[in-house]
Design a protein. Structure first.
Length: 149
């Protein structure tokens, strides 16, 4: 957490790390807890295409992932699959549900829907902390390879 906070501060990101007593398990739970719109939550999903892992950052109101839409914007256009929770933990070191919005080191696909808001809320790498951050900083602090929506 300290590493994330230091990186965000050094990059002059517009952010806040919010600690909470219990993990937030879903986008709806996050929206309810923070009193925000569902679309302001920004879960980070981990996808695999061939041997490459991608972080997919979605607006919480995106709905079910349209793998064909995402496949169309991924370089190479190989089949995509959601990485299983155990494999996410093993391969990138974070538990599903708390994968950080930044600092994961993966090529990133971003849902343009997050740009509707001044701030979105997502993972920090720790289940009992949430990152509130400006979408522009999510884009500038990740290696963005594609956009959806």
């Amino acid at each position: 957490m300290e590493k994330l906070s230091r990186m965000l501060t050094e990059q002059q990101a517009d952010f806040e790390i919010i600690h909470h007593p219990e993990p937030i398990r879903s986008a709806q739970d996050g929206a309810d807890y923070f009193g925000i719109e569902l679309g302001q939550t920004a879960p980070t999903l981990i996808l695999q295409s061939g041997t490459t892992l991608y972080a997919l950052i979605l607006s919480g109101d995106y709905g079910k992932v349209d793998f064909e839409e995402v496949k169309a914007v991924v370089p190479g256009g190989e089949e995509l699959k959601l990485v299983k929770p155990k494999e996410v933990q093993e391969r990138i070191g974070y538990a599903v549900g708390s994968v950080p919005l930044i600092g994961h080191g993966l090529p990133t696909i971003i849902d343009r829907g997050i740009q509707r808001y001044p701030y979105v809320y997502g993972g920090t790498g720790i289940a009992t902390a949430t990152l509130k951050i400006a979408p522009k900083d999510i884009e500038s602090l990740n290696h963005v390879t594609a956009y959806v929506r």
